[in-house]
Write a protein that binds this ligand. Structure first.
Ligand code: HAM
Length: 412
């Protein structure tokens, strides 16, 4: 047997998956977002330039191809959306768009962590006001509460300020880390040199204890940044969004500044974030746009959202399956007639299937039952001759013989 690639999965029942996408689509469209799609293959350079060379995604997790690794399977969709904005010369801002699809990261697979996973990616490009962030976060919060009936999650937010604010914070952090070098783990020592802010993601309890007293970015904000940070919290309060300020939330990608946030749920175990995002004011210029286009965006991890929805799916208004009719020709001589009946039922928008194998009636009835059919339509030589059919209600077991011309009316 040839097995699927590690960290990928076969999705054999898409009911909940499609429901999640449909509901999100409806919700976002009501906020005036439009759906787009970008390629799965992108130039590797796009992610190097946007996410940053030192990030885990670019330095360890990329699936690349081409002679010089110049093409890759996209690991996320923000850089792609930004590229599409620049390449297609979009003039009207904010450009409010969403897309969904597979992303690829070479990570160690575990619950909620795959190598091919799906995201719903949402971006508002050219949206400088911090009030936009409050609206964006409220939009997500109401998606999770109203459409998906989620209860046990928390929203973590932090404010990373401007590049200047971060520079000051980084200096203070480096001084702190140098002072405590003897107490920090090997990974943190490496990160100190390469991607300092990421020390806050360390899982080591001793490091975490130490970092409680480390300099926090929000203490190094300029007056203007501080005002924006206050304003954001005020507006979230006005909109009745419950949040937790998480000083160590830095997010793993380099393009963020100012607002960052994550929706987390303990029900997910170690991989607790099912939605994460933030503001990126300098990305558009960094990948070749003429000017900066201050923007905000997020991605929902579909697999993790589905882990949360699965246990409460009975409370969700999942689409009902259409009632199924199964046509059962008793012998192969009735197959042509069965095909004609199928055709007529389909033309009248009736969901139906036909059992064309030459097994016994008993086995065909058993199959019809397993298929969850509402109606069985049985035609043998006698019915064929008399232009009739036996219509059996599979729910209450009642059956009657009726003219074939009355089948549509009866089933409808
Ligand atoms: P991210 O935090 O890397 O952000 O991913 C967003 C979400 O995708 C995560 O919270 C998680 O639910 C899901 N996810 C990430 N990696 C995996 C994985 N290996 N397996 C399963 N699920 C995963 C971004 O991707 C940014 N582009 C979000 C964004 C959009 N920021 C601004 N705009």
């Amino acid at each position: 047997m040839i097995s699927r690639v590690k960290g990928t999965q076969d999705l054999l029942d898409l009911t909940l998956f499609n429901f999640a996408i449909d509901q999100t689509r409806k919700h976002l469209e009501s906020y005036n977002f439009i759906e787009i799609a970008t390629p799965i293959l992108e130039p590797t350079e796009l992610f190097k330039r946007s996410l940053g060379l030192q990030t885990d995604v670019v330095s360890k997790q990329m699936y690349t191809l081409g002679e010089k690794d110049e093409i890759c399977l996209r690991p996320e969709a923000t850089a792609s959306t930004a590229r599409a904005f620049v390449e297609n010369h979009i003039q009207q801002t904010p450009w409010k768009v969403f897309s969904w699809g597979s992303m690829f990261r070479h990570e160690r697979p575990q619950k909620g962590r795959l190598r091919e996973f799906h995201q719903i990616n949402i971006e508002a490009i050219g949206a400088p006001s911090i009030a936009q962030d409050a609206l964006f976060i409220k939009m997500l919060d109401s998606l999770f509460v109203q459409r998906f009936k989620l209860e046990s999650y928390a929203l973590h937010i932090n404010f990373l300020g401007t590049p200047d604010d971060r520079k000051k914070h980084k200096e203070a952090l480096l001084t702190f880390l140098t002072k405590h070098e003897a107490k920090i783990c090997k990974t943190c020592l490496e990160r100190k040199e390469t991607n300092t802010l990421r020390i806050f993601d360390c899982k080591n309890p001793e490091c975490q204890e130490l970092y409680k007293s480390a300099p926090q970015i929000t203490d190094y904000l300029s007056q203007e940044s501080s005002k924006e940070w206050q304003k954001l919290q005020e507006q979230l309060d006005i909109l009745s969004v419950t949040y937790v300020v998480a000083p160590s939330l830095v997010r793993g990608l380099d393009y963020y500044n100012k607002t960052v946030f994550e929706f987390v749920s303990h029900d997910l175990g170690a991989q607790s974030a099912f939605c994460g995002g933030g503001r990126y004011d300098h990305l558009i210029k960094a990948i070749g746009g003429k000017d900066d286009e201050p923007s905000i965006g997020t991605a929902i991890g579909l697999e993790r959202l589905l882990l949360l929805l699965e246990p409460i799916k009975n409370q969700l208004s999942l689409p009902q399956m259409q009632a199924l009719s199964v046509i059962i020709p008793l012998e192969t001589e009735q197959n042509s007639l069965a095909l004609l009946i199928v055709d007529e039922l389909h033309q009248n928008n009736i969901c139906c299937d036909v059992l064309l194998d030459d097994s016994s009636l008993k086995s065909k009835m058993r199959k019809t039952n397993k298929m969850g059919a509402q109606w069985a339509i049985i035609i043998g030589p006698e019915e064929q001759q008399q232009k009739k059919a036996v219509l059996k209600n599979m729910v209450n077991g009642k059956e009657e013989t009726i003219p074939q011309t009355e089948l549509v009316k009866k089933i409808k």
